[in-house]
Design a protein around this ligand. Structure first.
Ligand code: ASP
Length: 328
């Protein structure tokens, strides 16, 4: 009898929890702000995208979204912070392709991106351009490659840590020219760009969201767009493929995640606001101005993100394993 009473009590407790989380989900977001963790330095490409997005998404969600920058280790430090955050919808992660490359690069990553996060949706795709500072003698990609080969020991390439977009793109480039350069890691490409402009580091393969202003001002030497077609906003910069180096292509997709166990109705609200934000003409125009492309609303969904993340993990894992590059 005692056991029956206990079972009934346990069942009642579970259903009460269900009701409580249902009630909670109905009230979400309430008056508390949502914290969006950006796992890179302030002022950089992911940060710029996140600030533009959250400014618009806040309106659609009906809550303030505050950016929290937590850079380092190619974005894995920020991701871990979100992993441990309360799963009530008030913490989300805005990350890029690094979410798919980390499981292969970090043998002791401590999380599974597919199993340990809830998917909210995709945000935008950002192209990359290989640039150097004005002090670098070569004025074209054609002259750059032999120059690098002849001066490899004196040249350096910046990146935002192992697994960052700039690291992946730099790896592809160095492997294509079969020359290794000294790499200098930063907490994001915002501080890296400061050093590029200052001449402390020579080259970087960076996202257009970070370098658009400097490119337009002529403060950097652009060498090649690292994708199959020219970047719409920078039509005068030829692709690496056009300049004799096909296959050096990397697309930096961005997405939003929430801690595991965030209730589905809460995820649905976040995703609905995200879908409205990516479809908002103001966001689309801002992304285009920065050389990027906001995803269509149907990609700003949990299902679309899960499919993409799975495909990208399957694509990058063998490439990284074959290259034998590890971050730990
Ligand atoms: N997303 C990084 C940043 O915001 C840069 C990178 O991944 O290369 O700084």
């Amino acid at each position: 009898m005692k056991r029956v009473a206990k079972t009934i009590a346990a069942a009642l407790a579970v259903s009460a929890m269900g009701v409580a989380s249902g009630v909670y989900a109905q009230e979400f977001p309430g008056s508390k702000p949502v914290s969006a963790v950006v796992p890179f330095a302030a002022g950089g490409p992911t940060d710029k995208l996140a600030r533009e997005l959250t400014r618009i998404m806040s309106k659609h969600l009906g809550a303030t979204i505050v950016i929290e920058n937590l850079g380092g280790a190619g974005g894995t430090i920020g991701a871990k912070k979100v992993l441990q955050a309360k799963n009530d919808g008030h913490t989300v992660l805005i990350h890029h392709i690094g979410m798919a490359t980390a499981p292969a690069l970090y043998r002791n990553l401590g999380f599974d991106p597919l199993k340990d996060f809830e998917m909210v949706g995709e945000i935008a795709d950002v192209p990359m351009i290989l640039v150097g500072n004005k002090q670098l003698p070569p004025n074209s990609f054609k002259d750059l490659v032999p120059y690098i080969k002849a001066n490899a020991s004196k040249l350096s390439m910046a990146n935002a840590g192992l697994g960052s977009a700039s690291h992946l793109c730099g790896l592809l480039f160095q492997s294509a020219i079969q020359t290794e350069l000294t790499t200098v890691p930063y907490k994001g490409t915002a501080p890296a760009l400061t050093d590029i402009l200052g001449g402390q580091v020579n080259l970087i393969c960076d996202q257009t969201t970070n370098i658009a202003g400097q490119l337009k001002a002529g403060a950097l030497k652009p060498y090649a767009a690292m994708q199959a077609r020219r970047v719409e906003a920078f039509k005068d910069i030829p692709t690496a493929g056009e300049q004799g180096m096909p296959g050096v292509e990397v697309k930096i997709w961005h997405a939003m995640y929430a801690p595991k166990g965030t209730p589905k109705p809460v995820i649905d609200k976040l995703s609905a606001a995200l879908q409205k934000a990516v479809a908002d003409p103001a966001f689309r125009a801002k992304m285009a101005e920065l050389g990027a492309e906001a995803v269509p609303a149907q990609r700003a969904t949990p299902d679309s993100l899960r499919t993409l993340l799975t495909a990208e993990i399957n694509k990058w894992t063998p490439v990284i394993k074959k290259a034998g590059v590890y971050a730990d």
